[in-house]
Design a protein around this ligand. Sequence first.
Ligand code: NAD
Ligand code: MG
Length: 396
Amino acid sequence: APAPACQAVTVLGATGSIGTSTLDVIARHPERYRVHALTAHRSREALLALCRRHRPAVAVLGDEADAAWLRARLAEAGLATEVGAGPEALVEVAEAPEVDAVMAAIVGAAGLLPTLAAVRAGKRVLLANKEALVMSGALFMEAVKRSGTTLLPIDSEHNAIYQCLPVEHRGGLARHGVTRLLLTASGGPFRGWSADRLARVTPEQACAHPNWSMGRKISVDSATLMNKGLELIEACWLFDAHPDQVQVVVHPQSVIHSMAAYSDGSVIAQLGNPDMRTPIAYGLAWPERIAAGVEPLDLFRVARLDFEAPDEVAFPCLRLAREAMAAGGTAPAVLNAANEVAVEAFLAGRLGFTGIADLVERVRDGRPVEAADDLETILEADARARHAAREWLARR
Ligand code: NAD
Ligand code: MG
């Protein structure tokens, strides 16, 4: 079908780092995009400001009390935005018939149901919420196939790989002569640190990423390399790759966003300044290109590109993620759930930095791996892993 003149977009997680970058790109192209719905969890003030600026038809908050507050403020401002609350309202704005595209930018497992709803409803899905795919990989990709929807990766590495692959890359990498995916990693703020120093890392240090400005959860994941582990799993599902075909390459400048290696020896890379508006604009406009407000890459200023192997001894999360992918079934959902609880505890000062990997491994070792054929099994594995992680934190 021909694309409608002006696309209606729902932004799930609008107040976050990806959400605000998405709205920045959208605002540059009012003739191409309009906002249908904006959602946030607790940040009602921030959502109010976004509603004033982008005038969505619908806004969604986590609970009814905040929704009532927002409704009153919007009425005072003379805005007709409808306000909903809770998980069902998120699903509604993800699958609403008037919506063309959904930016999935909620952090963590909370994004799974609305993102899946958007997939099933055949929306163009811009996937930033990697945890949703990690939890439910097989089921998620099956839903994509069944609805025939366009799934565009927003994670910068996967967006880069997508750009480095042939336009039609379904049916396995080998069919297209792709031998390896090279997933680049900045190495995080603690690259090269000893285990001793790592044990004393504070949340403030972990959230100060050298190249990217991001939400707190993904910042901690970047520092432990769990982010790269989740991305390895994400790459396997998105590109139908075996974990052995995905090589993690530490590249501290974050200028090459990832690469695809071909059987003839060619390696194709995508480069750019580390600014999420590039993959977001790519996802919004694909297969066209639009301006994103990103500064052009100045290679003389970059001057050099370095590469090294990741240190999986100091940063065990990468190994844990690879093992979870190899184990299959509910193992990635368990990994993700335990990690979410561990990161929360670390940010709250209740768990040391190196305790994150420890806790994830303990929970993993205490949980069986089950087949992950249906959503109920996945959500139950997620809930049990969270429970086990919290119990361990409380007992310790
Ligand atoms: P963030 O913390 O800045 O924003 C998260 C958003 O989700 C907020 O709008 C928040 O209100 C909402 N939210 C949080 N908990 C929720 C819940 N329980 N229910 C509903 N909404 C909830 O996070 P971010 O950095 O923008 O990351 C969002 C997602 O994008 C994550 O999955 C992250 O891994 C992925 N991602 C982010 C970046 C980046 O540069 N920030 C890059 C690649 C991928
Ligand atoms: Mg990434």
